[in-house]
Design a binder for this molecule. Structure first.
Ligand SMILES: [Zn+2]
Length: 108
């Protein structure tokens, strides 16, 4: 699943040095967010992508969920913050495997 990233056109004035901040993808905890970066290092995020960045950071918080049983299978629920961050509505399959005795991985 790839999503088209939209970077807003044109440079912005850097509030730190008054230089030109160029549009580019800014890495926020592993997530590429459209924004601007100045040669002085100052970074700004696109307002339209701020909610996405916030949702992503919320989804990284640990949450306790219940394990329930249906037939011979066990089920856990995916917290809404995670579902929103990965656009779960566009998915119909994931891969699940045991990483070690305490970690179940779910890859989208
Ligand atoms: Zn600057």
């Amino acid at each position: 699943m790839t999503k088209k990233k939209q970077i807003e056109d044109g440079p912005l004035k850097c509030p730190e040095c008054d230089g030109d901040a160029e549009p580019m993808m800014i890495n926020v905890s592993g997530l590429g967010i459209a924004g601007w970066r100045c040669s002085c290092g100052y970074e700004m995020l696109s307002p339209s992508e701020l909610e996405k960045a916030y949702n992503f950071l919320q989804a990284q918080k640990r949450e306790r969920v219940k394990i329930s049983k249906r037939g011979n299978s066990y089920m856990i629920t995916i917290p809404k913050a995670i579902a929103d961050a990965i656009d779960i509505e566009n998915l119909d399959m994931v891969e699940v495997y045991l990483k070690d005795r305490k970690t179940i991985m779910v890859e989208v």
